[in-house]
Design a binder for this molecule. Structure first.
Ligand code: FAD
Length: 420
């Protein structure tokens, strides 16, 4: 084979030239992998030619693992990928509740400790989504991550997708399961393992402490700035970093008395030197103090509270998929999704964008990176305000809260549900 033929042949299987594929093998059945699979399986070209390989079912536990705030912006791409309408999806996830725990407004405030063990109290309150009254269009719904992914998998099983129930060990392992041997199979890594297909291991540059749990309203009722139907983002400034949280209305089949979800997270530079246990304990104390300040009581904290140190990266870190593959999960995992609560939106939107790129013969890598740019820019601004410029952010929120909350407001369209 001469070099020209060689180039043509590698181009024909490159991820940038999707029109040459006619089979797809996907490792991983998370939101990104299943939305991608579903979108392709709805096309004439790929119907019955999409295979998802993953162990079925995640461990069941009352503890809240992974993200629980589903941004409104995730709903439309999930439904497109699964070929269902919005109410079918939300009825399934929220078990036909007549009203979903939707939020159409979001507030923020800085919280500080009080002396004598009293709960934390807020200052610098403002609204960053939905203005002063809310706009009737949901920005987020909250439930356990496992409930969302289980329902997505069930809907995906109605589409012409083949499921193989086992763990993928490597790219060669995935290749060994492909029935097509003509070189027209696209291999997709939709697992959280960045080295599964042979990419070199990279040390995380950022880490994020996170504590989250299920709560209910205490006997004295909710206290401002918490309000029903609203997200509240509490900020706590400690040692030059602003910890950011979300408190949202919530429902969870495994914790039926829980009506609120609360998370507090703290990003750090990976090699900054920290005492992991002490950090998680302090963060847990802060979360419980804020919740108490808002009138919330934890539901069985020994069984539902979860504390973790999650690896992250820089905002612009994006892998280059090797020819014939897509590093799908890595493409949408840049930055610190735990801190920004954009993991599920990123996953769903990237699943649709990457599938459309394959169908149109475009580069999934380039299209996903471009589509996610507004998220990355917004996250970068957020990171700067909460880290290097946390002193200024604190000062503005204290002095002119109405302006402080506007710093956060560009996020509107990255949260809002697109169906309305
Ligand atoms: C504490 C915390 C809080 C967060 N908060 C939010 C939030 O509020 N909102 C938000 O949107 N995001 C949030 N995130 C991020 C969010 O949880 C994730 O980004 C999102 O769940 C990613 O989902 P995914 O479907 O892309 O991937 P995953 O959930 O990682 O799915 C990967 C799938 O691949 C499977 N798999 C893994 N290895 C293999 C293998 N070798 N072979 C085959 N299959 C395999 C797994 O079983 C799994 O089903 C949070 C994350 C954390 C940790």
């Amino acid at each position: 084979m001469n070099s020209t033929q060689n180039n043509i042949s590698s181009a024909s299987i490159s991820a940038s030239n999707g029109k040459n594929y006619d089979n797809v093998m996907i490792a991983g059945d998370g939101i990104g992998g299943l939305v991608f699979a579903g979108r392709l399986a709805q096309s004439e070209r790929f119907a019955g030619r999409v295979t998802v390989v993953a162990p079925k079912g995640r461990p069941i536990s009352r503890r809240l693992i992974l993200g629980c705030s589903l941004r409104g912006s995730a709903v439309a791409p999930i439904c497109q990928g699964l070929d269902i309408d919005r109410d079918t999806f939300l009825d399934a996830v929220f078990q036909s509740q007549s009203s979903y725990p939707a939020c159409s407004r979001a507030t923020l405030a800085m919280w500080k400790p009080n002396k004598n063990g009293k709960p934390f109290s807020p200052y610098g309150e403002g609204s960053w989504l939905g203005g002063s009254r809310g706009n009737g269009t949901p920005y987020a719904y909250s439930t356990r991550n496992q409930q969302i992914t289980t329902k997505i998998r069930q809907f995906a099983e109605n589409l012409p997708i083949e499921f193989i129930e086992r763990k993928v060990e490597s790219l060669d392992d995935l290749k060994s399961m492909a029935t097509d041997k003509t070189g027209r199979t696209l291999y997709v890594n939709a697992t959280g393992n960045p080295t599964l297909f042979g990419a070199p291991a990279k040390k995380p540059t950022r880490m994020c402490f996170a504590v989250q749990g299920a709560f209910r309203v205490g006997p004295e009722g909710l206290r401002a700035p918490l309000a029903s139907g609203e997200i509240h983002a509490p900020f706590v400034r400690r040692n030059g970093i602003i910890n950011v949280g979300f408190l949202t209305p919530f429902s969870d089949p495994l914790n039926p008395t829980a009506t609120w979800y609360a998370i507090l997270s703290r990003p750090v530079v990976a090699d900054s030197g920290y005492d992991k246990d002490q950090e998680l304990k302090t963060l847990t104390d802060e979360l419980l103090a804020i919740a108490k300040g808002g009138g919330l009581i934890p539901v069985d904290p020994d069984e539902t509270l979860a504390a973790a140190l999650v690896p992250g990266g820089w905002f612009l870190d994006a892998p280059k998929s090797a020819p014939g593959t897509i590093e799908l999960k890595q493409l949408y995992s840049a930055g610190v999704p735990t801190y920004f609560a954009d993991g599920m939106s990123g996953a769903a939107l990237s699943g649709i964008t990457a599938a459309d790129a394959v169908l149109k013969g475009r580069s999934p890598d380039a299209d996903v990176i471009k589509m996610l740019r507004p998220f990355r820019a917004s996250n970068y601004l957020h990171w700067t305000l909460m880290g290097p410029m946390s002193g200024m952010t604190n000062m503005i929120l204290r002095a002119i809260p109405s302006i402080g909350s506007k710093l956060y407001a560009p996020q509107h369209r990255l949260w809002q549900e697109a169906f309305a």
